[in-house]
Design a protein around this ligand. Sequence first.
Ligand SMILES: Cc1cc2nc3c(=O)[nH]c(=O)nc-3n(C[C@H](O)[C@H](O)[C@H](O)COP(=O)(O)O)c2cc1C
Length: 203
Amino acid sequence: MTRILGISGSIRAASFNTALLNALPALAPEGTTIEVFKGIDELPHFNEDLEADVPASVVRLREAVRSADGIVISTPEYNRSVPGVLKNALDWASRPYGQSSWFGKPVAVLSASPGAQGGIRAQEELRSQLRNLGAYVVHGPEIAVPEVHTRLSVDEQARATLTDPATAGMATFLLNALEDAVRANTGGTHTKSLGAWMASLAG
Ligand SMILES: Cc1cc2nc3c(=O)[nH]c(=O)nc-3n(C[C@H](O)[C@H](O)[C@H](O)COP(=O)(O)O)c2cc1C
């Protein structure tokens, strides 16, 4: 059994990115579960003054990231970048220094937008940030879903389906690549020397 944690970069109730994550379990390899994290909106703004005694919402996020076998993030694009709520979550889970929950974690990244570019610029930034955090970012396929409102359907029970076969096919490839990375411990191998370097910095 492979346990994947989904993180949406949007806290909007009718978010397309959250719906995209909700559509993924049907496209995942057998034996893989995907649970979408709830509580990004409960995180306070990151503040080093809060680090000595972090709120329960932060503990919950760190634990959820740490205990997952892999992560899948779907992000909107706000003004050509990653929404602040998602960056805030990345920062909280990157601390304390040397104990980042992202370290060695296999992560698959998607983006979606009603616009023509599918949020690719935010996705590129997110990939760069995750690499910097020592996560293992699954290379591809790169899925930036343009005009997402035409490619995704959501019913009254909030059940989501990717109705565009090409996007659904790519999502299956991406989730298989994530599963492969989990099974082969690619993240652990990938961060071996990086970990030694970080430990040397910490003294
Ligand atoms: C402040 C703000 C900035 C935005 N900037 C972009 C942008 O740069 N590129 C883009 O494709 N869409 C942009 N959008 C539109 C979002 O892609 C759209 O609101 C989308 O539905 C948000 O994702 P969600 O449905 O998951 O909440 C922006 C929306 C807001 C509110």
